[in-house]
Design a protein around this ligand. Sequence first.
Ligand SMILES: *Cc1c(COP(=O)(O)O)cnc(C)c1O
Length: 227
Amino acid sequence: MGNVKNNLLRVQARINDACIAACRNPESVKLLAVTKTKPPSMVREAIDAGQSDFGENYLQDALVKISEVPDATWHYIGNIQSNKTRGIATHFDWVHTVTSEKIARRLNSQRPESALPLNIMLQVNVNHEPGRQGVDKADLPALVESTLQLDHLRLRGLMAIPEKVDDEERQLANFVELAELLAAIQGRFFLPGFDQLSMGMSADLEAAISAGATWIRIGTAIFGERH
Ligand SMILES: *Cc1c(COP(=O)(O)O)cnc(C)c1O
């Protein structure tokens, strides 16, 4: 077994250490292995090392891997164009990047009848940066309200990709903001299973875990640089 297994062990150890530092159960934080641009053989290598959940950003590229490795759990984490919703609704288990009612409705109507509801996270623009993906904080309650009417979707939580900052206090502030938004929605709507926070990557996973992250998304540190 090559580097993928060793890298997974290293990342998992970092997650465990961060959980201990934050007084959290390490089982409450899951690792999403991001395989964009990487071959199916690497997905298989990670599965053989015990990894179950994989993230993809590009639909066409992902479909090849999903057909070769259907036993994995697949998460869509890229920007969603309307013409991609059918493929996403058909082949994925989770979507972390829903940012509009229009996209939510399309995923709902295109989810196959035979499949379980699609697990959905709403991506929030926590920095209020113009041009950045994500629903504005102010528009989030309306998006929750419209999405929770959709029977083929199951709202599971919130996701963010905050701006890159080195300062751990500022990283923490962005993650705490997302965690507080989750808590506010939990208080306002009846949403069983709405308890997931997809936040934190390799540069800021410690801050994300101390703020309550349940999904850490890591690519390069497991599979190497992308070319
Ligand atoms: C690519 C990507 C990641 C993983 O990034 P790395 O720098 O390779 O660890 C995580 N989250 C999202 C949304 C991504 O697009």
